[in-house]
Ligand binder design. Structure first.
Ligand code: FAD
Length: 278
């Protein structure tokens, strides 16, 4: 089963130093790759590339996320060449969300264009991942139209997709069934967000359109002043979610680590994903 762990570019020197240690801990599970997010508008362009280079130097393969933001096609091509020079073989291609203060109109409005640009410039040099939304992207006019746009990204050359996180496994299965009916045959890997706090996950989920079922939200709220109890609950719930996914035969799991190893590694260990030699 394919396994991957997502990071974001650290904002501080301490964060930079700890990321290598976090990656080393997660490397015990022999992931197929790590990935590193990208601030639309290029706000983390150097940071993303530094993480990719840093992990590459440690022998770990890291897929950069990339979005057009306000870049021209030439600027995107320049980044693709830089990644090819770093021996990168996988890119997560996204529309991206604009940094606060930057209007959406400054951005090219869809990931499909980026997928086309990458294929145009780099051919099949990179395996291209795109994003998918079992609970429907917040800007989408309808689930049907969202699926249609997802299909267009695949037709443009995406090889596989990683989903937005979800806690309702039926939303994911329903999405897979709809993709199947639309003849979308690429692997659609579930994105897994460990539950490690209350306020952050509630706020973030509102923005990205991920639903936190009431029973989970209530449990997190009740435990918000008891970190240990909240973490234990979160690991148990997300382990069960992953077990259901694995039992249903998913071809992989992608963890949103938030640059921490604790919860993700406990869940992976519960799932028996530890490399016996690691
Ligand atoms: P798209 O696939 O372009 O879809 C965006 C919206 O536009 C959808 O509502 C879709 O229905 C609609 N749409 C698509 N094509 C068209 C079209 N041709 N015409 C009209 N409407 C269209 N954000 C970051 O900023 N940096 C990251 O590194 C990052 N990593 C992510 C990783 C994963 C696995 C996921 C799931 C999300 C990530 N995000 C990241 C968030 C993502 O950028 C946002 O959800 C963003 O709003 C949409 O990006 P997308 O690539 O899915 O866009």
């Amino acid at each position: 089963m394919r396994l991957s762990f997502e990071f974001f570019p650290p904002r501080t020197r301490e964060g930079e130093q700890s990321l290598g240690k976090v990656a080393a801990k997660l490397d015990d599970f022999s992931p197929d790759f790590f990935s590193c997010t990208y601030g639309a508008g290029g706000s983390t362009r150097a940071g993303t590339r530094e993480v990719v280079a840093h992990l590459g130097a440690l022998g770990m393969s890291c897929a950069p996320h990339l979005s057009i933001g306000s870049d021209t096609q030439d600027e995107i091509n320049h980044q693709l060449d830089a990644y090819a020079a770093l021996d990168v073989n996988r890119i997560v291609a996204l529309r991206g969300d604009p940094p606060s203060g930057m209007a959406r109109s400054h951005l090219v409005n869809n990931a499909e264009t980026l997928v086309r640009w990458i294929r145009e410039h780099s051919g099949n040099r990179f395996h291209l991942e795109v994003a998918a939304y079992p609970e429907v992207h917040p800007d989408a006019v309808s689930p049907e139209q969202d699926l249609d746009y997802f299909k267009r990204k695949v037709d443009a050359g995406a090889n596989s997709a990683i989903t937005q996180y979800f806690y309702n496994v039926h939303a994911y299965f329903d999405f897979l069934a709809r993709c199947d009916r639309a003849n979308l045959n690429i692997p659609i890997i579930p994105g897994i967000m460990p539950l490690t706090n209350y306020e952050g996950i509630v706020r973030f989920s509102q923005n990205c359109g991920a639903d936190i079922p009431r029973w989970i939200r209530k449990q997190l709220e009740t435990r918000q002043d008891d970190k240990k109890s909240l973490l234990a609950f979160g690991v148990e719930v997300v382990t069960r979610l992953c077990e259901d996914l694995v039992a249903a035969g998913v071809s992989g799991l992608h963890f949103y680590t938030l640059n921490r190893w604790g919860a993700s590694s406990k869940i992976c260990r519960n799932l028996g994903l530890e490399n016996p030699g690691g």
